[in-house]
Design a binder for this molecule. Sequence first.
Ligand code: DC
Length: 226
Amino acid sequence: MKIAIDGPAGAGKSTIAKKVAREIGAIYVDTGAMYRAMGIFMLKKGISAEDGEAIAEASREADISIIYKDGGQHVILNGEDVTGDLRHEEVGAMASCVAKHGAVRAKLVDLQRAMAQKSSVVMDGRDIGTVVLPDAELKIYLDASADVRAKRRFLELEEKGEDHDTLDAIRADIVARDEQDKNREISPLIQADDAVYLDTSDLTIDQVTEKICELARKRSEKEAKF
Ligand code: DC
């Protein structure tokens, strides 16, 4: 079974997708992590976020692969495990910039499709239901208000004891990221016609997970009948 979960940053995609994958015995694929790895590669090379030509050119040298170790997804960039660096704010911002480019997307979409061919997956991102897995048995569009998403991110950083911006600055970053991801020319973040829309603003992680698992069960029962 293939489940596609798309939506804006901070809607709870990765936490929920991970739980759903565990429940249904599928592999969780975090495609944002691949764009983030590409962002790390560009930052390391000192390439400007504005220099589209250099990004497209350099992306050919970035060898990104995914391995599963200790129950988690690890991202390997040219032989180095960069998993620990993926969540930095500057990496997220660079990921959103590199994700605008067709050369980067083509390379990563190939990798994502190859993973979905090998096993059952719960894959999250921005274009999974629309571009990567248009034939997914279940598509979910997870959303939440910008206020709720900013608050979640703020609390997450507080809990980790990491240095962070004010709530307002985090909210502004989230809104800017949404703008960029929703308005880019290639594969923008958009709800697939056949996706189920779920607003997680007033729901717990467990409630959303349960809802998706229930939808997945119904879909697989339906498939089994045919
Ligand atoms: O989900 P995330 O915050 O880890 O994603 C980082 C960036 O990567 C996000 O701003 C947009 C981009 N992305 C994308 O364009 N397509 C995907 N399938 C996943 C992520």
